[in-house]
Ligand binder design. Structure first.
Ligand code: ATP
Length: 235
């Protein structure tokens, strides 16, 4: 579904990615783990067209999208939930969900998908008329995922969904991520600093270090790898 080959990204004089290659097969959950500043967010930004690579190919459903404008990438069903959630603070929960559906025309589908999101996250339903800015961090994360679901994604990129969230809510959110993958057949690329959790829910993983893929493999193998355990799993 998605194939990245030799991706290079620079911010002015700073080189953030030095030839990243990865694959995300249809229907899978693949994770990208790595320390602060390794280039995880930059990889997602390049995939969604927010930064332009200086080199490399991003093949999505057979098309090279590396130089395509971000709005055209979104309209192909590739949806990015950025770090820090970025919900519209002054809009209510329901209005935020509606914003997610701005490209959708089928009202029946929008209503059904909104109900699906409320079913996934009953807390959002309870707070549907509350301003999003007053939700807890975990609830905002649920809303950001829910809003992404309203854009009819086929490929969902999640940037650090566990960041700054209480452990119990993190558990719920990760269970829902797996559920969305199974029930809606959604392909997911998950960026996480919480490597334990990420390798638990994914089938395949990549370890990024200073802009390069250091290791890759089935998540269970990465979890058992002493190098990964020492550097990322706190062993
Ligand atoms: P974190 O987990 O801390 O979010 P990350 O792995 O997502 O880290 P990136 O945010 O992709 O890392 O950053 C990769 C490198 O690019 C870092 O050295 C960072 O300082 C640099 N960088 C990121 N954004 C910019 C920018 N807008 N301008 C200049 N440098 C940037």
């Amino acid at each position: 579904m998605l194939e990245v080959e030799n991706l290079h990204v620079s911010y002015g004089a700073i080189k953030a990615l030095h030839g990243v290659s990865l694959k995300v097969p249809p229907g899978s959950i693949v994770t990208l783990i790595g320390a602060n500043g390794a280039g995880k967010s930059t990889t997602l930004r390049a995939l969604s067209g927010l930064v332009k690579p200086t080199e490399g190919v991003i093949r999505y459903d057979g098309h090279d999208i590396a130089r395509m404008p971000a709005n055209r990438i979104v309209s192909r069903g590739l949806c990015h939930v950025p770090e820090g959630r970025m919900v519209f603070a002054n809009l209510t929960v329901r209005e935020n969900l509606k914003m997610g559906a701005y490209l959708q025309k089928d009202r029946k589908w929008i209503a059904e998908q909104t109900d699906y999101v409320f079913g996934l996250f009953p807390r959002l339903k309870e707070r549907e008329n509350q301003a999003a800015g007053t939700l807890s961090g975990g609830e905002q994360q649920m809303l950001a995922i829910g809003r992404a679901m309203l854009s009819k994604p086929r490929f969902l990129m999640l940037d650090e969904p566990s960041l700054g969230i209480a452990p119990l809510l993190v558990k719920t959110i990760f269970e829902r991520i797996v559920e969305i993958n199974r029930e809606q057949g959604l392909t997911i690329l998950l960026v996480e600093q919480n490597a334990n959790l990420a390798l638990e829910v994914s089938t395949y993983g990549y370890v990024l270090e200073t802009g390069r893929i250091l290791l890759e493999g089935p998540s269970a193998e990465l979890k058992a790898n002493p190098q990964v355990q020492e550097a990322y799993l706190g062993a």
